[in-house]
Design a protein around this ligand. Sequence first.
Ligand code: FPP
Length: 241
Amino acid sequence: MSAPAIDLARIPRHVAVIMDGNGRWAKARGLPRILGHQAGVKTVRTVCETARELGVGVLTLYAFSVENWKRPEEETSALMGLLNEYLRRELLTMMKNEIRLGVVGDLAGLPEDVQKQLNSVIEETRGNNKMLLNLALNYGGRAEIVQAVQKIAREVKAGRLNPEQIDEETINHSLYTAGQPDPDLLIRTSGEMRVSNFLLWQISYAEIYITQKLWPDFTRDDLIKAIAEYQKRDRRFGASE
Ligand code: FPP
C-alpha cells in the first residue's frame, strides 16, 4: 500500500516512538538478537529523515530503558556499541539536515565512551533548529519523575520555592523534556499494548498508535500512515464536543 495523503499543516509537533520487536525480527530469521538491533538502526535513520522532512518538531525514540540493563551483558554492550557507531556516523547527516540531538534519561549511568560521544554530538548540533531528536537512553518514566521531585524538594529546602507555588509547570520544567511540547502522537511497534514506563507524565493527552509491524520492518510509509491516523482523531483534551 502506498502512503496515505496527510495534511502538512497538521503534523504532530512531537512524535514519540517505542521501538519494539528487534528481537522477534531476528528470531524469525534465525539470527542473533543483535542483528535485529542492527536492522533497527536503519529504521531509526529512515524515521528520523522522514520526520524531519514532514516538519515534526521533536522526535523522541525509546532506545534503552533503565530496565534494559537486565538483559545479558552481551546484548547491552552490543547495543551501546551500535549507539556509538550510530552517533559517529550520523553527525554529518544531522548537521546537513539541521537536526539537534538531545538525550532524555540518566546520562551518568551510561558507559563513559557513550557519554563522551553523546556530549560531543549534543554540543556540535546545539545550534541546529529544524528538528530535535531526543534519544531516550537509560530512561525510565518513574525514575524521571523521582528526579524531578528531588529537584523540586531541593528548591523548597533552599527556600527558593514555596510548596504552594508548585504546579504542573514546575514539574514540566523539572523533567528531562523541560521546555519541549508534550508528545501529540505515541507510536509503538510490534503490537504490544503497553506504555512500558515511557514518558509517563508527558503522554497524558497523546494519541496512541500501535502497529503490528516489527521495528526493523517499519517504513517511511508506516510513519506517514501513523500520522494520517492521528489526523483522523478527534482530540478533545478532556473537553466535551
Ligand atoms: C526493542 O526490541 C528495542 C530495543 C530495546 C532497543 C532499540 C534499539 C535500537 C533500535 C538500536 C539502537 C538505537 C539507536 C538510536 C542507534 P526488543 O529487543 O525488545 O525486541 P523483542 O521484544 O522482539 O525481543
